[in-house]
Write a protein that binds this ligand. Structure first.
Ligand code: AQP
Length: 334
């Protein structure tokens, strides 16, 4: 609690251009917590280097992700928006929590299994301990709720296990966090392989709709989306491509699956794909124009980046000092 307010934390990696999966599963839901919670939204650049990054691109995307947070409606005066590497307490707590996380727990993480297959030439220790850094991100702020897509639920559950273990030895140290998973849009799938999650690092550009794609590109990508040999727009088992497109359409229009089926009764997949492309592009247009304004004002962006880091560091330091004291670390003599 900070001033009687519960705490909300979440983050996004600047590991690629952000997708409508990141938007629908996470970012667009963040603003909903701004009034009732004290919110910390972080650009998690330290997580991004678990996979090799081109330095200039990582730098560019770090600014862009911060600007996108704001363009998606996060007011930097009401939310603490910052970059993870600007607050060293994340890495410091992460080391401590490493000593309270079991090897077996980490080897069960499905994201580690997926990413170590995908990056077989670089299965580094950071990829393995990624969930511990994520636990540190969350626990540093005594977080109550963590809005994330379903793919991150297992990592929040690991953070909960760490809290239980740590608090049992050192009572009343950390708040127990709860994952909050969006009802609609918790897992947007690839347009090319609809059994696979849409990911910003996917090499196939046509599989992914980026938040910053222009209208023609969005419509072209939806037109090419993989579907099936049926012709009816209906939500059913085995129709992964259409189910995904219906989910996306539902996220942008708030219509139920039944309403969507009725709307497209007697129409073909072509009409439906065009409609999905149009609602998606229309919803992204205001985000894109606000994003461009923000990015053009680097001085403002940097001022907000600095303010966010100072605020975050203040709260992070409090938790870190508490943890260090409980463990028996000697404070630096004054
Ligand atoms: N396809 C998705 N559908 C719904 N939610 C999603 N999220 C990611 N992809 C989808 C949610 O977005 C938030 C930020 O994700 P992240 O950047 O921390 O990392 P990620 O989950 O690994 O996302 P990506 O896009 O797949 O990145 P790469 O390709 O770098 O691994 C999280 O809340 C996530 O659940």
């Amino acid at each position: 609690m900070i001033n009687e307010q519960k705490i909300c934390f979440s983050g996004v990696q600047p590991s690629g251009n952000l997708t409508i999966g990141n938007y629908l599963g996470a970012i667009r839901n963040f603003a909903a917590y701004s009034e009732a919670y004290k919110c910390f939204y972080c650009v998690v650049d330290e997580h991004a280097i678990t996979v090799r990054q081109v330095p200039a691109e990582l730098r560019r995307r770090t600014y862009e992700t911060l600007a996108l947070y704001m363009a998606c409606g996060l007011d930097p005066e009401k939310n603490t928006l910052y970059v993870q590497s600007h607050v060293p307490a994340h890495a410091e707590l992460s080391w401590i929590l490493n000593c309270f996380t079991m090897y077996g727990e980490l080897s069960r993480m499905t994201q580690f299994k997926d990413k170590s297959t995908k990056h077989a030439d670089n299965v580094n220790a950071g990829l393995f301990t990624y969930p511990v850094l994520m636990a540190a991100d969350i626990l540093l702020y005594q977080t109550d709720v963590v809005p994330v897509g379903i793919d991150q639920k297992q990592h929040v559950e690991l953070a909960r296990n760490i809290v239980e273990r740590f608090n049992q030895i050192y009572p009343d140290t950390f708040t127990m966090p709860e994952p909050i998973i969006a009802k609609n849009g918790k897992k947007i799938m690839s347009l090319a392989e609809p059994t696979k999650k849409m990911s910003k690092s996917d090499e196939n550009q046509n599989a992914v709709v980026y938040i910053l794609d222009d209208k023609d590109t969005v419509i072209r990508k939806f037109r090419r989306a993989v579907t099936d040999s049926d012709t009816r727009v209906r939500f059913a088992e085995g129709k992964d491509g259409i189910n995904n497109l219906m989910t996306i359409y539902s996220c942008f229009t708030n219509k139920s699956m039944d309403e969507i089926e009725r709307e497209f009764a007697g129409k073909g997949y072509g009409d439906f794909k065009l409609a999905v492309g149009e609602v998606c592009a229309d919803a992204l247009a205001p985000v894109q124009s606000r994003f461009r304004e923000l990015l053009a004002d680097k001085a403002y962006l940097e001022a907000m980046m600095k303010k966010g880091a100072e605020e975050a560091a203040y709260y992070a330091r409090k938790t870190l000092s508490k943890v260090q004291k409980k463990l028996g670390f000697v404070p630096l003599p004054r």
